[in-house]
Design a protein around this ligand. Structure first.
Ligand code: TMP
Length: 234
């Protein structure tokens, strides 16, 4: 009998008969502004399961270890159980969103090199920005684990940037989460979707990600569908 272990904003996690495997269930719920704005994006769960499965397979083929075993239904993926490191790892190529506000620069400023940032995963505190010293001092992750996450984040950035560019999508920024598996290795977990990344059309600059929901731009479902169409060449 499978039981729900955890319910997050966009996904539910269920147990399986195997203690080291879980099922991730993708919901249509959408939140923004740290949970203040709530809504639904029709079929988002189905689309995000498809997109994450696609990216994880691509990354796996390129040597990035991740938690996903296989997609098992429209909304479900079978995954390895990991201990999630309570840090969000954000990688940025072009300034947008929070960074544009913080640094007082226009969205679209091209960074001289990719920027990797760490945030402490804590909704009540609004996910404060931290660094490697905080991670080690508060016991979230060791220095080696932080180096490992940063290394993977930059490699994932290279792989995804090139793949997406060939499909006329610009990878502006994205958020990753990592976990520690039963062998003690740091592996990629969570999701990679338009909920957790910014993707702009290369020619028009049109936003094809959750900013359409965050900023009430309309055409949210169409944008997610367009991402699927481009990455799967459908
Ligand atoms: P930001 O510009 O709001 O800091 O977001 C940077 C990237 O991280 C963007 O692609 C959205 C993603 N992100 C999440 O997935 N979850 C979050 O809680 C936040 C703040 C950002």
């Amino acid at each position: 009998m499978s039981k729900m272990l955890y319910e997050g904003k966009a996904k539910k996690i269920f147990s399986t008969e195997k203690p080291n495997e879980i099922i991730v269930y993708y919901k249509d719920d959408a939140t923004a502004l740290n949970g203040l704005k709530k809504g639904t994006i029709v079929d988002k769960g189905i689309m995000n399961n498809t997109i994450t499965s696609f990216f994880f397979e691509l990354l796996g083929k390129n040597g990035i270890p991740h938690h996903q075993i296989r997609k098992i239904s429209d909304r479900e993926a079978l995954c390895k159980k990991v201990a999630i490191i309570p840090m969000e790892v954000v990688t940025r190529n072009i300034v947008a969103g929070g960074l544009a506000k913080k640094m007082g620069v226009e969205e679209g400023y091209v960074l001289k090199r990719p920027l990797v940032e760490f945030y402490y995963k804590n909704d009540e505190l609004g996910d404060p920005m931290i660094n490697a010293d905080y991670a080690e001092a508060f016991g979230f992750a060791t220095d080696d684990q932080v180096d490992c996450m940063k290394g993977y984040a930059l490699k994932i950035n290279d792989i995804l940037k090139e793949f997406l560019l060939a499909r006329k999508l610009q990878l502006i920024d994205f958020k990753l989460e990592f976990g520690v598996d039963e062998e003690g290795k740091v592996i990629l977990a969570d999701e990679i979707t338009p909920d957790t990344s910014r993707l702009w059309d290369l020619d028009t600059g049109e936003k094809l990600d959750k900013d359409r929901f965050r900023r009430d731009l309309g055409g949210v479902e169409e944008a997610y569908r367009e991402v699927i169409r481009r990455i799967t060449d459908q």
